[in-house]
Design a protein around this ligand. Sequence first.
Ligand code: PLP
Length: 393
Amino acid sequence: MALTDDDIERLRADTPGVENVSHFNHSKCSLPSKRVLGKIVDHLQREAAIGPSEAGDLATADIEAARDAAAQLLNALPQEIALTGSGSQGWGAAFAALPHLKPGDRLLTSRHEWGGNLSMMKRAAEKAGANVEYVPCREDGTVSPEALATMIDDRVKLVALTWLPANGGLINPVAEIGEVTRAAGVPYFVDAGQALGQIEADVGAIGCDILKGTGRKFLRGPRGTAILYIRKSFLDTLDPVTTDVFSAPWEEGGPKLREDARRFETSEKPVALQIGLGEAIRQALEIGIADIRSRIKAKSEKLRTELSQIAGVTLLDLGGEKSGLVSFSVSRLSATELRKRLARKNINVASIAAAYCPVEMAERGFSEVARASVSYLTTDEEIDRLADAMRTL
Ligand SMILES: Cc1ncc(COP(=O)(O)O)c(C=O)c1O
């Protein structure tokens, strides 16, 4: 059922931050709810009261409940989920665990790839004498599955796709790319950093082997939490570079690698934050991801319409159907300066540096772009406030 104004009012009443700021930075970090905050603080207080380790022992079921919620979110099995500290950490650990690259091997990605993933691929490729190549885009700016299909050969060791790039509203055809990788039997990594909690993510429908996303963005979970999905049938191709007493405990005279995705977890973990992540995912599932997507779509369309009517503002989003990330430039004002000026009016937007999306930004000649992102919490009044503030700049 679609989200009603009453629903939004109730959800905003449970979000302390909306009293202080008009937040258009959900794609960097969203505003947490009291409900999630309460879970985190409760656990920290328990740690102080009875000892952090002892409180951790009592929280085992809560951590597993967070894993179950993450599995439900992705239509995966709990054994396919690792809880990590950041999305890049999870992606990097899985990438580093792939079989060693050889000279001439090929890593295929798109020009929108997240800068962190690119840096890992580039560094590994350079050391091995392998190559990182970019799959051409269709006219609307999305990655072309047809072009990818023509690039596949037996030297391709990975296809990596950023589903919703950080620098705008583009949505890549993640499942169509998955059809190509599945038919070719090539490992497929999906960066769902901006997707989780914003758009429905079914790993079966996507056909990926690895998918990662973060807690702090559209899921409204705490910073320092992320989800790494590893397809069950793919797990044994991955040999983690680092292990510890949890991921590979010493058994019968030697280390025994865990037989599930937890081989990518560590013994020490931010228990309070992972409990908070579980609560945030449950909250998103209760609201309904499809309804969240509908509301974000409507609000981001309104925001694009408002911005397009302001003199000096140019919308920069590519693609057909767009996400809740709205990118634009303002004539004679840098994105960094815009962000600072709006912050003085308690309006939060982001300036996206070229390093976040280096290939695409260089191709389009941008050193940075302004980004205003909406969530289901965003109201028309907030959009009007942002538009009014922009007019006065
Ligand atoms: C598409 C995408 N991938 C990855 C990241 C980075 O995620 P993390 O900081 O959790 O590594 C971001 C952050 O903005 C992102 O937009």
